[in-house]
Design a binder for this molecule. Sequence first.
Ligand SMILES: Nc1ncnc2c1ncn2[C@@H]1O[C@H](COP(=O)(O)OP(=O)(O)OP(=O)(O)O)[C@@H](O)[C@H]1O
Ligand SMILES: [Mg+2]
Length: 1010
Amino acid sequence: MAELEGLEFGKSDFVLLDEVTMEQFMENLKLRFEKGRIYTYIGEVVVSVNPYRQMDIYGKDTIDAYRGRELYENPPHLYAVSDAAYKAMKRRAKDTCIVISGESGAGKTEASKYIMQYIAAITNPSQRAEVESVKNVLLKSNCVLEAFGNAKTNRNDNSSRFGKYMDINFNFNGDPTGGHINNYLLEKSRVVQQQDGERNFHSFYQLLRGGSDEMLESFHLQNDAAAYIYTREGAAATTSNNDRSSHKAVMNALGVIGFSEEEISSIYQILASILLLGNIQFESDGENVQVLGQEAVKHISELTSTDPDSVTKSLLFRTVATGGGEVIEKGHSEQDACFGRDAFAKALYERLFGWIVSRINSIIEVKDYNPVLHGKNTVIGVLDIYGFEIFDNNSFEQFCINYCNEKLQQLFIELILQQEQGEYQREGITWQHIDYFNNQIIVDLVEQPHKGIISILDEACLSVGKVTDTVCLDSMDTKLSQHPHYTSRKLSPTDKTMDFQKHFRIRHYAGDVTYSVEGFLDKNKDLLFQDFKRLMYNSSNPVLKEMWPDGQLSITEVTKRPLTAATLFKNSIVALVDKLACKEPYYVRCIKPNEMKSPVLLDDARCQHQVAYLGLLENVMVRRAGFAYRQPYARFLQRYKMTCEYTWPNHLMGSDREAVEAIVTQHGFQDDVAYGHTKLFVRTPRSLFSLEQERAALIPILVLFLQKVWRGALARSRCRRMRAVYTIMGVYKRFKVKAHFWEVERRFAGVRTTADYGKSVDWPTPPAALSQFHNITVMLHRRWWARQIVKNIPPSDMLEVRAKVSALTALSGERKDWGVGRAWERDYLANVRDSPQTSSGFIRVSKELKNKDEFSQILFSGSCRKVNRFNRSTDRSLVVTDKYIYKLEPKKQYKVLKKVPLDSFTGVSVTSGVDQMVALHTSSQDDVLLCLQRGELSPNQDRVGELVGSLVDHFTRVRKVPFPVKVCRSALQLHMRGKPKSVTVETRAGQTVADFKKSRDGFILLVPAN
Ligand SMILES: Nc1ncnc2c1ncn2[C@@H]1O[C@H](COP(=O)(O)OP(=O)(O)OP(=O)(O)O)[C@@H](O)[C@H]1O
Ligand SMILES: [Mg+2]
């Protein structure tokens, strides 16, 4: 119930009336109409009064205000029901339909357009191109269908002369994906004849007034509607819309929808053909009938791409098959020819219209739809069908139209009044039955088999022999004389508003309508000579050919009687009602305020009449007494259980009903509900709304909760997976480690017995985890290997080995040649092979020294060139023992010239070259500079390495003090008597032995050139 408008605008829902009487209803309707409030609710039904003026209530702001809102949140509007239908479709995946009813000119078509506009505006927020194009076609189709299916009548300048039911398909997203238009019974008789003051279909006037000169010329038309018999009546009529601009709009719409150039020109060629056909007259000389004006025939044949002779023949003859299968041509009488011409014109137009609809359908039909992929495809149907109408002269078409309205009223009664009350009864809700007029009886009058009017008409059509309209009327009078809703002059002889043998009257739910039976049978038979069908089928224009598929049947094949127009119409309406009945319906009930199309006049009597026959008062009563919402207990519980502590997450009560009671009581609206056997009934939407609001507030919390639980579950499973991964990784790593051990074991198993102790064995590549371990094992193996090697060295060689190892480390690769490749003999002065002449002399001296100074071994002895304190170089013998270093005079039986304790030496410097220069550094900065000389044993080999190795080994191993060794790449630095000296090495040609020479800052060691 909308409560947002002030009371000065009247009550926005008729349910709020103080008393449900016609007076109050009318008063409210009038007040609202005067205040410009054209919409009012009865619950969810919208009552709309045609304002006959442009209202500023359909703009974007209004659309935004209604988007996604509940019905009672805004003032009544078409948009609100549209949104409700859309929401129901989207939220509950329900197919819905909006049924717009009301009499001619009440505003149904306008309403349907606003509804479609609204749906188009609120869908496809992401602007997807394919959805936009579907929407565009759906919207533009209105313009085309109105041009070809609407006409000015005395009731409505833009009266729909066909019924339209449009399904809009939506995907799971709620975006339109396509649609389908069903059209119902086009009033084709209008093509050839109109009542006074009425017009033919808009399309003809649009073509004649809006078509370009070239277009009209190519169609052999002139831009004067009065020049054509079919449009003459309506030529002078003024309408509110401009034919010229409408023509442009239609051409544009046809293009947008996707009609090709050829198709568009075919459409207009057919229209032109119809106009030209209407002007064809016949002339009879008593025997033969002729076409007057062959020119027109030629033009028609040109426009329909047929042969002119065939056109003439079809107009003048009909081919019939005799009983014996023979085919003969039978000439028409002048009257038959006119009948045939008009029937042809009507059929041409009808098929054109049908083809346009099917062409639009083929464009907007949902393509590539797969329910598994795309989810449920839901539908909103919009029904805008011709309204109930009463003319001065009511014919077969009005009969059909009014029957259709009876059927729709019946559906409304069933859904809104009958079903509703039936449900209260079934559910055991206390209920005061509300009486309403059930029009089923009128529906039966028309459609009942055997007894109904349609049945009687069909019977008359099927009878052989000359059955006229009046014979048929007689038959109806006989069969229906007792029917309370049927009468005729014969049955009520005193009623002079009807003529004998012409009129019958049906008391429709919306009023009495007197029908003129003239033409009923012809229109019901809907006869069109087969010759015209064949003529069109043989057209070389593919569009025309497509419209007339039945023209391909040969004359002998077409004997089966087609269904009559009334039966076809009845079947289509029954199918329509079935289609609507399975959808959730929303109703718009349109009221026409006056006959003058005046925006200010609300004709009381007319409106009362409409309110009465539309059953609106009953609607209000049922609604008022009834309940706005109902839901099975389980569904209600499912939706709102989170709003009550006793029901969330699951209740422990005996039944769902008790749980629902708990929710209702907690929210304090127990007075607003009734408990049925299976459903809860809620009287006012407000209660439900408050529940919805609470639910909406709780949903985010629940979502968070669910997310929390789900995230937890996800994390746990991820954690389990990670653990499993680590376990697998662990096992694998252990396997890799073991495999490595096994492999090492395998490769090194026999190395103890091999000659190289496994030195040549390749280590397997270790797994990453074992890289450090690998280094250690490799080292271990090397050590072991070294141990095995060293173990086999005789103790006598050990000193040499140690000295070499020390030299290797001390010289650290800086001195290329350090004599590693030769045997180190150490005591060269005592070596017979090195010093054959002098060795025995030296051995004696060294023994004496050993005894005297008590050193235990000679670390090195050899000859050398030494720089003395006067900076002169002399040959001397060098003896290095573990206690002293001796300088001996070789020429004087190795007399000791100098004896320096070993611990006063602090280090040694050598060069990186091949020279044999050595500087022994002392702590007193009185260093010894010498150049080793070689004896005979190895005259060209290095001895510096041996001296350095012996000293370093002795110092580090025996004395446990470091003995630094400096390998100089350039000048060697030392001190002599405290003064720094620099010694360089120079190669000099002609030099036979290495010798020192004084230089500016020290000495130069001159060495021989090779
Ligand atoms: N909401 C509206 N706002 C402005 N004018 C309206 C509105 N509804 C109807 N009209 C006016 O009333 C005229 C008739 O309305 P409409 O054609 O919708 O009637 P209808 O119910 O479809 O009639 P029919 O049964 O003859 O097709 C429109 O042409 C328009 O001028
Ligand atoms: Mg209409």
